[in-house]
Design a protein around this ligand. Structure first.
Ligand SMILES: [Zn+2]
Length: 115
């Protein structure tokens, strides 16, 4: 899976991680909430296998984050390809989401800014 910016994203027990450091086959991931919420949850993987978890998350795992991120990626790609207005793209992207995912979406204006 990839984030909007094309960076790899790792899902583990409902938490999403982004790459913090890479050295060879070993990757240190930090929680994708870490900038926003200063979450200290981290994960070490070797060849994509979890070898160690470090720190504690300061939030609950989310079942819909992955879905939301994928939807945002889709919307972002659509924005690049179509001459459609951002509003239509966001509306179209959201119409494909589950109710649960929609309820956990950040403020719509944020999405539009990202798109
Ligand atoms: Zn976290």
């Amino acid at each position: 899976m990839e984030t909007v910016k094309g960076k790899p994203i790792f899902e583990h027990h409902g938490y999403l991680y982004i790459v913090n450091k890479e050295s060879g086959d070993k990757v240190i991931w930090c929680c994708h909430n870490y900038r926003h919420d200063q979450c200290r949850g981290r994960l070490h993987t070797i060849n994509g296998q979890v070898v160690k978890t470090v720190g504690d998350h300061n939030h609950e795992p989310s079942n819909s984050s992955a879905e939301v991120i994928v939807a945002r990626t889709t919307m972002s790609n659509a924005a690049k390809q179509k001459s459609d207005t951002t509003h239509n793209i966001v509306a179209d992207g959201i119409s494909k989401l589950s109710d649960h995912a929609i309820s956990s979406l950040p403020d719509l204006r944020n999405i539009k800014r990202t798109v």
